[in-house]
Ligand binder design. Structure first.
Ligand SMILES: N[C@@H](CCOP(=O)(O)O)C(=O)O
Length: 440
């Protein structure tokens, strides 16, 4: 498997280089030179396979033997050891639950796979790996748990002060060991800009072996394709087809992975990019210009991204053809009031609690289905996080119905440990150079 930079297709690197370098120096993103199609008989018979079996076939198809079968199977069995069920709400609406991993968000798929792949490639005696990650809420917790205790690895998580939920903050800041957190007095986009600048900083690259655990890293995206295949597998068992995925979107890695899955042959009729008020992409998809802007805070905070990293990958996947993108990807955005109303609606109609991000995907699916009444479809909206991570968003009636998992109750006992910084790059760089953290 070779990868090129979206800014220079003649610049090719190996998978291992892309995993460890994360971001090409030309500030593009790595994309596979080849995205091989899976055999038709595998796609038609997905229903015969379990999630780990599907994950192995999909990963092996992309990696093309870079990780030998036995090792790849072991990585997948260890990383993807929790379910991703599709739950039926109505004949044409299903919810794909992606929050059954340890951090209770879909990010566990990417973070757990990535940490194991990095550990696999890391050779004994090599320079310590310095993982930088920016989070608007869910990535940080998943990456912290994915990398906790991984030898010779130090993880630095940047999060926007006051803009993540209290439980998300505990997930980021209570780990200790090789995980440290920095509270940035700014937005998620500021955090993301700081880490991206660090990746192209010659002095830092000289001193450290820097890598990213955000979805700019291709090893985060590959495992996120698994659950799209697995969702179609479950729907095949119910005789359902013409699948439309509605995806809560912030940095656009999730929907990017879905599009990658389609390119590998997964039959998907339509994708829906569902955002909150941070509507850079829906504006573009609905005929406006693509104009990244500073993110605004919403109750679906993990999607508070004004300059989505993976949009460049999606444009590249469609060879920059805007009309091809808008045919396959529809965009909708919703405000906080609409989000709260959707949470109440889903609860009262289906006795089911959705987190605010999931509520937006539900709204977007409804909007799309209403606009396309003639089109046969099975709508699936992605539930990206467990509702217990956002207790402040729910009415007392709904909150009382949310089961709090053990790992969340345990978090409340632990003290927060985070350093504080502003948004200026010089301070961040000085912080990194001071080498305060320790790997294990
Ligand atoms: N939604 C994210 C923002 C970072 O996105 P990523 O997919 O690039 O890691 C979060 O929850 O932190």
């Amino acid at each position: 498997m070779k990868l090129y930079s979206t800014n220079n297709k003649t610049y090719e690197v190996s998978f291992q280089e892309a995993v460890f370098n994360s971001l090409p120096q030309d500030k593009g993103l790595y994309m596979p030179v080849e995205i091989p199609r899976l055999p038709d008989d595998f796609i038609e018979n997905l229903h015969q396979f379990s999630l780990p079996e599907i994950a192995f076939r999909v990963a092996d198809n992309l990696l093309q033997g870079i990780i030998p079968s036995g090792d790849l199977k072991a990585i997948i069995d260890d990383a993807i050891n929790f379910p991703a069920p599709v739950v039926k709400l109505t004949e044409d609406q299903y919810v794909l639950e992606l929050f059954h991993g340890p951090s209770l968000a879909f990010k566990d798929f990417g973070a757990r796979f990535m940490s194991r792949v990095m550990a696999y490639f890391l050779r004994e005696g090599e320079k310590e790996l310095n993982v930088l990650v920016a989070t608007s809420g869910d990535t940080g917790g998943a990456v912290a748990l994915g990398f906790l205790g991984v030898p010779n690895t130090l993880v630095t998580i940047l999060y926007p002060k006051g803009k993540v939920s209290p439980i998300q903050e505990l997930q980021l800041t209570t780990n200790g060991q090789n995980i440290r957190a920095i509270e940035i007095d700014g937005t998620f986009d500021d955090c993301q800009a700081l880490v991206k600048q660090a990746f192209v900083d010659a002095e830092l690259n000289e001193k450290f072996r820097l890598t990213s655990a955000n979805s700019i890293n291709i090893s985060r995206l590959i495992p996120q394709t698994f659950y799209y295949f697995n969702a179609v597998a479950q729907l095949q068992r119910e005789g359902k087809k013409d699948v439309v995925f509605s995806v809560p979107s912030g940095n656009f890695g999730n929907i990017g992975a879905g599009l990658l899955a389609r390119k590998m042959g997964l039959p998907v009729k339509q994708f829906i990019a569902a955002t909150n008020a941070n509507d850079t992409v829906p504006t573009f998809l609905n005929g406006g210009i693509y104009q990244p802007k500073p993110s605004v805070a919403t109750i679906s905070n993990a999607m508070d991204v004004g300059n989505p990293s993976n949009w460049a990958r999606i444009m590249d996947l469609f060879q920059e053809d805007q009309s091809a993108i808008t045919k396959l990807v529809s965009g909708y955005s919703f405000n906080d009031e609409q989000t709260k109303d959707a949470i109440a609606e889903v609860y009262h109609l289906y006795d089911y609690v959705v987190c605010p991000h999931t509520a937006i995907a539900y709204l977007a699916l409804n909007a799309w289905q209403k606009q396309h009444p003639q089109q046969e479809n099975t709508g699936v909206f992605l539930a990206t996080a467990h509702p217990c991570k956002f207790p402040d968003v729910f009415s007392d009636e709904i909150a009382a119905d949310i089961e709090i998992p053990e790992q969340v109750l345990e978090l409340e006992e632990k003290p927060k440990q985070a350093d504080a910084l502003g948004t200026d790059y010089a301070s961040f760089k000085a912080y990194l150079l001071a080498e305060e953290g320790t790997s294990v």
